[in-house]
Design a protein around this ligand. Structure first.
Ligand code: PSU
Ligand code: MN
Length: 322
């Protein structure tokens, strides 16, 4: 197979190859928007399939796409369906990713085997960013990026998200690094890897469920145009740059109570050690533990994060397109 099947939703460009350097078959609403340099926002599917409990996950995924539309951009949720990479799931495909019991968590290294096996897969930050950038999408919204795990000194657990962000020129809007991780170590790795990190209206690096991780960032932007200016400068330099991480904190009154957070996290980490959870199961395990142990408080925060990031991503995409 020398053409990897990549499908972009819609009608107009159906079956038409509009990309040259990568085997991407582009069609539809997303392709039309890209061809006309109109704003598009990529959305990941792992947080839908593995990060949020059912059936809320589908409702959130649908709502987030609508938020992007309302802000004037075209949403493109990315996943692998039956071995085909799809950029811009339709409603039925979104439901399939949200509800099917059999969806693999697909990071960059899993893309080829998932395609070869013809299976369904939900794409992580790493694989979504990679596929989105190759399709020409400039902005991507997620909840929190992966990073260095707290026990990485012994487990060596560092998300493939970091390596992917180092080599992928795309804006990633997130609420910082998931607070289940070692935030300081993750920021150090992002620095080493040359990933640009800016705070959105803050110098405090957010901690996902927590508005402030206790770490600071060197750069801050005050509006979407500020991010667009950074992207323009980065493109002008054309030095094989990586991602621009835009860290968008939850307002303090929407965060998870820090005391509850720390207690639940300690319990979750102990449980994951006891049950010998490893590899790509670690993050979904801890998120699920949080949602259960906080009586839904972390879920409320997580959904608020995703909504806010999708909206900001759409505004940034509009500013870049201008
Ligand atoms: N953000 C969320 N929920 C999630 C994730 C991010 O709000 O479920 C997912 C993303 O897909 C991210 C992945 O890429 O967790 C990181 O997994 P790992 O630590 O195994 O690399
Ligand atoms: Mn990991």
């Amino acid at each position: 197979m020398h053409d990897v099947p990549v499908r972009v939703r819609g009608a107009a460009a159906e079956q038409e190859d509009v990309m040259h350097d990568v085997p991407v078959r582009v069609r539809g609403e997303v392709a039309d928007a890209l061809a006309q340099h109109e704003p598009v926002v990529a959305l990941e599917s792992t947080l839908v399939a593995h990060g949020l409990p059912r059936p809320d996950n589908l409702a959130v995924a649908v709502e987030v796409e609508q938020l992007v539309r309302d802000a004037g951009a075209v949403p493109a949720t990315i996943a692998v369906l039956g071995g085909e990479v799809v950029i811009g799931l339709d409603a039925a495909e979104l439901a399939r990713i949200a509800s099917s019991p059999d969806v693999a968590k697909v990071s960059t290294r899993d893309l080829a085997p998932a395609i070869a096996a013809g299976c369904d897969g939900a794409t992580t930050v790493a694989s979504t960013a990679t596929l989105a950038a190759r399709a020409g999408i400039a902005v991507f919204a997620t909840g929190g990026i992966g990073g260095v795990h707290r026990e990485a000194a012994t487990t060596w657990d560092e998300s493939a998200d970091l390596g992917a962000l180092a080599r992928t020129p795309i804006v990633v809007v997130c609420a910082g690094v998931k607070s289940i991780l070692d935030v300081g170590a993750t920021l150090e790795r992002l620095e080493t890897l040359g990933v640009t990190v800016v705070g959105y209206r803050t110098r405090a690096f957010p901690g996902f469920y927590r508005s402030d991780s206790g770490h600071t960032v060197d750069w801050t932007v005050d509006d979407p145009a500020g991010v667009a200016a950074i992207v323009a400068a980065q493109r002008g330099l054309s030095v094989g740059a990586g991602a621009v991480v835009v860290a968008n904190p939850l307002p303090p009154d929407e965060q998870v109570d820090p005391e509850v957070h720390d207690r639940v996290l300690a319990e979750g980490m102990a449980a994951s050690r006891e049950q010998r959870i490893s590899g790509k199961a670690v993050t979904p395990f801890l998120l699920e533990h949080f949602h259960r142990a906080t009586g839904g408080a972390s879920l409320t925060a997580n959904v608020a994060i995703i909504r806010r990031n999708a909206l900001l991503a759409a505004e940034i995409a509009v500013a870049i397109a201008r």
